[in-house]
Design a protein around this ligand. Sequence first.
Ligand SMILES: O=C(O)C(=O)C[C@H](O)[C@H](O)COP(=O)(O)O
Length: 206
Amino acid sequence: MSILDLSPVVPVVVLDDPDSAVPLARALVEGGIGVIELTLRTPTALESIRRIAAEVPEIAVGAGTVTTPQQAEDAVKAGSSFLVSPGTTPALLDAMLATGVTVLPGCSTISEALVLREAGLTELKFFPAEAVGGAPFLSSLGGPLPDLRFCPTGGITLDSAPRYLALPNVACVGGSWLTPASAVKSRDWSSITATARATVSALIQD
Ligand SMILES: O=C(O)C(=O)C[C@H](O)[C@H](O)COP(=O)(O)O
């Protein structure tokens, strides 16, 4: 099964404290979410990935904000089962593919999407979704490139997610709203579970 089909929403998480990684992942699982993207934006992100991969087998943990070949390698060594980049260079794509795990390289223009399709990829991240044209852009892109499937991310909310998910070329959306910084900081796992549950039921009904 594709990583894009695990959940209608991929929580994109910025985590400072690796001690929060396992309870946070468990809170998402409890709320019905089977996938988590840990961004490599904090110095402890790899340690958080390591702990989730080792202790929460119910969730697929991947690395986000992969921007260098070295990060791709390190993230997979830490246990990432998929890699997500905000944009893609040829060297970054080669390194991501060399790891052998599922990759979701980022793009934000039709030409970038075409370059990735030429490399054999059909599942892409679209970032920063809202800022570069949102659902209308992806809808237009579906005309000439109907074989590509996207996970749009960037500025998407529970309110705007259904507009994306209604498109035939959108498999899921990424977003940070499931793990607000305030709830993570205060270790409010029950509110994260409640938000995950509400999100899953709203998006599956849609
Ligand atoms: O760092 C990356 O590689 C990213 O892809 C950025 C994330 O997609 C956004 O940080 C999502 O956050 P929101 O826009 O708040 O939903």
